[in-house]
Design a protein. Structure first.
Length: 191
């Protein structure tokens, strides 16, 4: 499947879209490929793009005052991901967006994206979906950290991202769950 076809399939799940309608805006999305560990965005830069993952994955993380990497989100195939605060406000990003595997994304510039949000119902629906998912994910993370045990958090992560343990290093998954790699190893044995 070609990258733009994958995006069209994603859009069609949200809202009926003909090939002719899609052809009117698909060229605003350009392919970008990265090697493992390369960056889409570094902390301190202003985010200029919204990304749709075709193949591979990237993570969003920041480094706390103790120098510890804290992973907030993993974006896998058929998911949008960006630093929304930086993209919307035009402010420097507090996060890094780093490829965790060889990565292929479709990216759309902030300017093009928001022009299309205003004029194309399909893109408006995507934006609404991105905002809803960001809010829901943030709420779940807050409640998970407050009320779930580490094992429950791991089980929830596996229910949302089957196969993640085989795709990403344990230290990154541990960072996302808020545990040490040693604790994650122990939790995996308890599954």
């Amino acid at each position: 499947m070609r990258p733009h076809d994958q995006l069209l399939a994603y859009i069609r799940v949200l809202i009926p879209t003909s090939q002719e309608e899609f052809d009117q805006f698909k060229d605003r999305f350009e392919v970008q490929r990265l090697k493992r560990n390369e960056y889409l965005l570094r902390a301190g830069e202003v985010c200029q793009f919204n990304y749709f993952v075709i193949q591979g994955s990237f993570r969003m993380y920041h480094i706390n005052t103790d120098g510890q990497e804290l992973t907030r989100y993993f974006a896998f195939e058929n998911k949008f991901g960006t630093n929304l605060t930086s993209l919307i406000e035009g402010s420097p990003s507090q996060e890094n967006l780093q490829a965790m595997e060889p990565l292929e994304v479709l990216r759309i510039s902030k300017t093009d994206f928001f022009q299309l949000v205003e004029s194309v119902p399909q893109i408006n629906k995507i934006y609404l979906n991105i905002l809803q998912n960001a809010y829901i994910t943030s709420q779940k993370r807050i409640y998970d950290l407050q009320g779930m045990s580490a094992l429950e958090r791991l089980k929830w992560l596996l229910s949302q991202n089957p196969g993640i343990l085989n795709r990403l290093p344990s230290r990154l998954i541990a960072s996302y769950l808020g545990v040490t790699p040693f604790t994650l190893s122990r939790l995996k044995a308890d599954l």
